[in-house]
Write a protein that binds this ligand. Structure first.
Ligand code: AHM
Ligand code: MG
Length: 335
């Protein structure tokens, strides 16, 4: 039988490589894994809403039903607070940052930016959704309450980043800046098990992912690139395949493994792009780069953008190195 490495064993083994580690970071990751399992449990029940009750109604036990994204947000925040290793959270679900004022949390070294349940349009229709998270070391002194400055750090300062995909299987994929590793949830033992060690994305693939319904509003370079993807060329194995789920995590994950490029350019309705820098683009960009890929806003590296607000949006192009590079070439040529 093959040896199975659980997420917790893996975290402990990784910690052993960092002699000065106190265990705080490992504990934080452990708590993220627990939150993911709790959310997974509820996501799996989503199809039963008609039996168990809809959001805003009472279920058979007389408990109020919550929307899944609210549940995911509250579960993550409660878990991070309980960990004692996190002093605050910036979440897609909260207008302002949430700071933990308890004594243990004030002594914590880390802050988290997260999208607790991304791909909201897919929640009700049994299509893959995800959780995205990003970990930073705080800037404010340990012992104090976290400040906004702690959250407005560029993505290159991330200590760790990851996502959970609730798909045909549930997976947790993360990086601490030393490669990317993927763990699949074995529901029979309730553990994430290492299934995709040291993930490397192919430099060139065949998939392009974009909401083509917005085609008319795309920048000229993106329109030309889409046409390039559709043209026939034996040498470069075109036409490419178009795949778009509408869940960033699911679209990115597929492209990461198979080779592809994901694009969310500026449109009329979202002139600076739709996706959020802090808790969607930065964590995905960190993973993309660690797997050998690229992530840009069309000109700059995503990880070098200095955030100004916590819900800031940016254009986003990420995936296989050569494909993302080609998109940038088109954007530059057809400005
Ligand atoms: P959400 O945070 O409201 O779920 O929106 C983010 C999602 C991403 O997962 C996905 O890539 C994108 O929005 C899809 O947007 P669109 O439906 O405009 O193609
Ligand atoms: Mg989102």
């Amino acid at each position: 039988m093959n040896k199975v490495t659980t997420l917790n064993q893996f975290i402990i083994e990784q910690q052993a490589n960092v002699p000065q580690a106190t265990g705080g970071f490992s504990s934080l990751l452990h708590h993220i894994g627990i939150a993911a399992k709790k959310i997974n449990r509820e996501v799996n029940k989503a199809g039963l809403v008609d039996i168990l009750g809809r959001a805003g109604t009472e279920n058979v036990q007389g408990e109020d039903q919550q929307k899944l994204d609210v549940y995911a947000n509250e579960t993550f925040i409660a878990e991070l607070k309980a960990s004692g290793e996190c002093c605050g959270v910036a979440s897609e679900e909260n207008q302002d940052v949430v700071v933990f004022e308890g004594e243990m949390s004030r002594d914590a070294k880390y802050i988290i930016c997260m999208d607790p349940l991304d791909g909201s349009s897919n929640i009700d229709v049994n299509v893959s959704i995800g959780t995205i998270f990003s970990v930073y070391r705080r800037k404010s002194p340990v012992g104090s309450v976290a400040t906004l400055e702690d959250f407005l750090q560029p993505g290159c300062d991330q200590v760790a980043a990851g996502y959970v995909i609730y798909g045909s299987s549930t997976m947790l994929v993360y990086t601490t800046g030393n490669g990317v590793n993927g763990f699949t949830l074995d529901t029979s033992i309730g553990e994430f098990c290492l299934s995709h060690p040291n993930v490397k994305s192919p430099a060139q693939g065949k998939i392009y992912s974009i909401n083509e319904g917005n085609y008319e509003k795309f920048p000229a370079g993106v329109k030309k690139y889409i046409k390039y993807c559709q043209e026939e060329d034996k040498e470069t194995k075109r036409p490419y395949t178009s795949r778009y789920i509408g869940s960033l995590v699911a679209d990115f994950h597929r492209n990461l493994l198979k080779g592809g490029v994901f694009m969310y350019p500026p449109t009329n309705s979202h002139p600076t792009g739709k996706l959020r820098l802090l808790y969607e683009c930065n964590p995905i960009a960190f993973i993309a780069e660690q797997a050998g890929g690229l992530a840009t806003d069309g000109g700059k590296r995503i990880l070098e953008i200095r955030p100004e607000t916590i819900h800031q949006r940016v254009p986003f192009y990420t995936g296989a190195k050569d494909m993302t590079g080609k998109v940038m070439e088109f954007l530059k040529t057809f400005e």
